[in-house]
Ligand binder design. Sequence first.
Ligand SMILES: Cc1ncc(COP(=O)(O)OP(=O)(O)O)c(N)n1
Ligand SMILES: Cc1nc(C(=O)O)sc1CCOP(=O)(O)O
Ligand SMILES: [Mg+2]
Length: 221
Amino acid sequence: MIREKLGVYFIMGSRNAGERDPLEVLEEALKGGITCFQLREKGPGAIEGRELRAFGEACRDLCRAYGVPFIVNDDVRLALELGADGVHIGQDDGDAGEVRRLIGDRILGVSVHNLDEVREAAAAGADYVGIGPVYQTTSKPDARPVCGTLPLREAAEAFPELPSVGIGGITAANAGPVIASGASGVSVITAISLADDPERAAREIRMAIEETIRRRRRAVT
Ligand SMILES: Cc1ncc(COP(=O)(O)OP(=O)(O)O)c(N)n1
Ligand SMILES: Cc1nc(C(=O)O)sc1CCOP(=O)(O)O
Ligand SMILES: [Mg+2]
């Protein structure tokens, strides 16, 4: 079930790790307990072609070694070439139904911003939706205005079968309310990729969401 794999959903490209080797950062994040990984190669200095494929293969192999799903952002062809476990697309990245046909039963994630888009994503066969930016982010210059946690709550109430993740500015300190709103996980770039200790950062985010889940269970019983 993809829902269980969304808890700590780390996203990174070759340029998101500052001065550090991004593959070392990814391996530390895997040791810290990330549950899903997305290769998102964007922004100044983004690599492409053979270099990107080689980087993608190395990310894929690390994810495989730790039993963590490897998702590719935006690029269906690259995802298929790399034998990725799935693809994540946004509203401007093509038709979700067409991507579903191209990728078969691989994981399909779709970015959404309102209930109409959630409904469309579900109808197109999305396995999960990404909703954000929940908090202020510096990682996506073209991000929409901050939406807070309300859209996550609305999506979880209206479409309980469709898992969601919150994204944008999420850290160990503010992950709790995202999960409390009904999201199955948190998607994170900076709080892990630029952490002094990515392994510890991933572990702390995981602990924060597990604590929220425990509290929710206690409140229900
Ligand atoms: C899990 C997750 N959620 C949302 C996004 C954002 O996708 P998109 O709006 O297509 O923006 P880019 O990431 O392509 O810049 C995501 N990548 N992952
Ligand atoms: C890739 C992405 N998508 C967003 C959205 O709102 O759809 S926000 C975002 C960037 C998330 O990075 P950070 O954890 O560093 O804030
Ligand atoms: Mg996109």
